[in-house]
Design a protein around this ligand. Sequence first.
Ligand code: ATP
Length: 322
Amino acid sequence: MKKIAVLTSGGDSPGMNACLRAVVRTAVYHKIEVMGIMHGYNGMIKDEFIKMDAKSVASIINRGGTILKTARSTEFMTTEGRDKALTNLKKHGIEGVVIIGGDGSFKGALEFSTMCDIPFVGCPGTIDNDLQGTDFTIGYDTAINTVVEAVDKIRDTAESHDRLFFVEVMGRDAGLIALRAGIGVGAESILIPETKTDIDDLVVRLKNKRKSKTSKIIIVAEGDEAGGAFKIAQEVKKQLPEYDTRVTILGHIQRGGNPSAMDRVNSSRMGFAAVEALMQGKKNCMVGIINKKIEYTPFENAVKHNPELDPDLMRMVNILSM
Ligand code: ATP
């Protein structure tokens, strides 16, 4: 393999830069030319290819976001768009591609593989942790730490005013950020898309908390079926008018910030392994880390959502927040 390309795609996540650095430097070490593709699949279509070397990824291991920029590309969803992308990959003599992105990006790579034999290897760059074949995706740990830090601050004001706070976190289809961050902040309840949200039951559980408890925090994943933090807060307020309730939507701060040490290490390992996987002839698979070991999962399996959560975790949340 003489020349590869690398791109970041879909939502940005902290650690994408560290992964990119690992891809570029591993390739340079093996005397493989590397081109970066700007703006995800859009850049592949619009021929935004740039030469990269060891220096071009200096001082980025600690930076959030992605220096290659990223995009959600509607044009890549069309055959015409993918044809243009293929023409550009061929024009630049690309023999393999590392794609750093989430499930949508890997679905795109799968679709592309039906019309092109250039191998793609993926690194799971998404804060959602919603991919099969890795214990942690790149950015998940940082996002959780961002939520925990923010909710700790909310807890201070909630305690001072004896308030009930509903804090909405990212997770349209998966409640994994809500679940882990909720455990980390000692939330009184965690509402996620994977489980049914029963407002009456939530009200009973709030009433049953110990009397000396002054503040209460409910973490709500944005995709929760009961309709988001504002709607749920309204419903609860109807039944508990004596509660002083507030809503905070954390929003995009969850995507930004310097990657945690764990994200930097994981993304470096994955980027390194992705280049070596291409050299070994692997294709259409995602690099992941399971039980501390690098593993490869075919894209079609990696993108399958697993809505099953460990029921013990939810049980534990209710017990520990007595
Ligand atoms: P995140 O998990 O952070 O949202 P993602 O990779 O899932 O990241 P998406 O926007 O879902 O983000 O997907 C990235 C891009 O992949 C899309 O904008 C689109 O260009 C491409 N893509 C997704 N699904 C397909 C598909 N079925 N066919 C072709 N291209 C696709």
